[in-house]
Design a protein around this ligand. Structure first.
Ligand SMILES: Nc1nc2c(ncn2[C@@H]2O[C@H](COP(=O)(O)OP(=O)(O)O)[C@@H](O)[C@H]2O)c(=O)[nH]1
Ligand SMILES: [Mg+2]
Length: 164
């Protein structure tokens, strides 16, 4: 694990609430444009910071993840933990299941964030059953308190497991 900071990448389908989550965790987070590594292709990246148990956390999310495998490849390079953001107000889509299968195979801790729990049609219990591996958190990223709490709890589990 990186001694100076932990790299955490937020994955999830378009509209799941990745950017809102990063903004809630770090109100000073930035949305920046970056070269995508494929000629002139440009992708946007959300970048935020946090501190948990004295460790600096770098939090990345990118809209390009939904479309481009190459973006996923460079954002997940060297990551210490992954967050899978899921909109639990609608049925789980195939892309989310594909990400889940991929992420659980990487060996890094995966935090499953059931987002949009504030909505009346949120079906958290049904969604939970689809994700047997990884810690599950319920939150609403519109409520920065619940987003920060889920973030802190997940990162504490990652840091403690690492023993550092
Ligand atoms: N009701 C509700 N809406 C949310 C929540 N989180 C995000 N949204 C909304 O969902 C939409 C997509 O969010 P965004 O962060 O852009 O998703 P991204 O594509 O994954 O980055 C926006 O309109 C957000 O305001 C939530 O917890 N509850
Ligand atoms: Mg976004």
């Amino acid at each position: 694990m990186n001694p100076s900071h932990l790299k955490v990448v937020v994955f999830g389908s378009f509209h799941a609430g990745k950017s809102t989550f990063i903004q809630a965790v770090d109100p000073t987070s930035r949305h920046v444009q970056a070269e995508g590594g494929e000629g002139s292709t440009t992708v946007a990246i959300d970048f935020g910071r946090g501190e948990v148990l004295g460790r600096q956390i770098h939090l990345f999310g990118t809209p390009g993840q939904e479309r481009f495998d190459f973006v996923r490849e460079f954002t997940e390079n060297g990551m210490d933990a992954a967050i899978l953001m899921i909109d639990c107000s609608c049925p789980v889509d195939d892309f989310t299941l594909k990400l889940y299968s991929h992420l659980t195979g990487t060996g890094v801790p995966v935090g499953i964030m059931l987002n949009k729990c504030d909505l009346d049609n949120a079906h958290n219990s049904i969604t939970r059953e689809k994700f047997p591996i990884g810690r599950i958190y319920e939150l609403s990223s519109l409520d920065s308190g619940s987003a920060r709490e889920a973030f802190m709890e997940f990162l504490k589990s990652v840091i403690k497991k690492d023993g550092s």
